[in-house]
Design a protein around this ligand. Sequence first.
Ligand code: HQG
Length: 182
Amino acid sequence: MGKTDLQLSRRLSYLLRHAPQEAGLTLESGGWVRVEKLLAGLRAGGLNVGRGELEAVVAESDKQRFAFDDTGERVRANQGHSVPVDLELVPQTPPDLLYHGTTRQFTAVIFTDGLKKMTRHHVHLSPDPETAARVGARRGRPVILRVDAGAMQQAGHLFYRSENGVWLSDHVPPEYLSILPG
Ligand code: HQG
């Protein structure tokens, strides 16, 4: 991604997840905004981009953060919102094991309180330890937690899968967590 693409990607994350009102946008149910309104909002904020550049960033975003709807007329952030939004996620059966990357400073409290959403809408879980390691490494030396998702689901906890492969849940109680040796 070039410098301007990165700038556009960061601005899209900010507007579509955290501050749509700053560009005069309102998220529709599902988190969608109309492409022409988004482009107008970006231009008003000094980012003069067209549909082609938007399409390139949506296609190239390393974590598939954004998506167009089936008509191509609306775009949204797939997850990661801090503004209230109904992403219309449908519960799905998770794999038996999921993973969460964090760092040592948080592990003691996590084994007391479980994994909490913090500022996000859900707890984010990774499908494999490698991805969890990358997530944890954002904050320092990663600690990888194994989540007994199969047992959680049997106990009635709901799981959702974001379009980019991230698994989401409301809360992971500590009894379903263990540290992945490594
Ligand atoms: C920790 C990025 C204290 C949790 C990544 C994490 C991911 C607790 C931090 C996505 C806790 C929250 C999500 C508790 C959890 N007490 N700390 N009870 N429970 N924590 O960023 O999972 O760039 O909100 O371990 O790639 O790190 O946004 O969540 O360290 O996919 O697209 O509190 O964000 O993607 O941090 O990352 P975050 P996360 P994007």
